[in-house]
Design a protein around this ligand. Structure first.
Ligand code: HEM
Length: 150
């Protein structure tokens, strides 16, 4: 599966590593998003390594990432406008770093996951004691990295 996705998208670990590093360089320099990340992340190396694993799992089905993205975002002070900004920076980086098919592949997935995370944050704001199960509450499978629905 991973080999087929690599052939189809032109993506590989080196490209995903460059994507993650360049993207978070932009995020950290961004006047709106930078301070939100700076308030939560002091040691960037483990975060960047985790994000390379995340994108390997999302884009190439490597299965390397094991984490809880929903819980990590549930209490962030963000609106949909922050996610739009995140996506603007992500699309620009993907277009710079990835071959065209690979850029389209990661951008589609980022857009879907951004929507799910946003719904999760909204749900958590309504009921702070519950971190929602996205698959159940929205019928979405984006956070289930074992599925590839394209
Ligand atoms: C407004 C937009 C976003 C903000 C401000 C944001 C912020 C953050 C922060 C601060 C962390 C570190 C949390 C911690 O370790 O305490 C984090 C982790 C993470 N973010 Fe985001 N994020 C955003 C959007 C996204 C999107 C769209 C994706 C996926 C496409 C994503 C994927 C992840 C993942 C996988 C982690 C690591 C979770 C873990 O620890 O396993 N984020 N994010």
């Amino acid at each position: 599966m991973t080999a087929a996705l690599m052939a189809e998208t032109g993506l590989n670990e080196a490209i995903l590593t460059a994507l993650v590093h360049r993207f978070y360089d932009k995020v950290r320099a961004d006047p709106v998003l930078g301070p939100i990340f700076a308030a939560r992340i002091t040691d960037w190396e483990p975060h960047l390594a985790r994000m390379v694993e995340f994108w390997g799992s999302v884009a190439l089905m490597t299965g390397c990432y094991h984490g809880s993205p929903v819980a990590r975002h549930a209490d962030l002070p963000v609106t949909w406008a922050h996610f739009e900004r995140w996506l603007v920076l992500f699309r620009a980086t993907a277009d710079q770093v990835c071959p065209p098919a690979g850029a389209a592949h990661v951008i589609t997935r980022a857009e879907r996951i951004a929507r799910s995370l946003y719904f999760a944050i909204e749900d958590a704001a309504r009921d702070p004691d519950v971190v929602p199960d996205l698959n159940r509450s929205h019928g979405m499978s984006q956070i289930d990295l074992s599925k590839d629905d394209t």
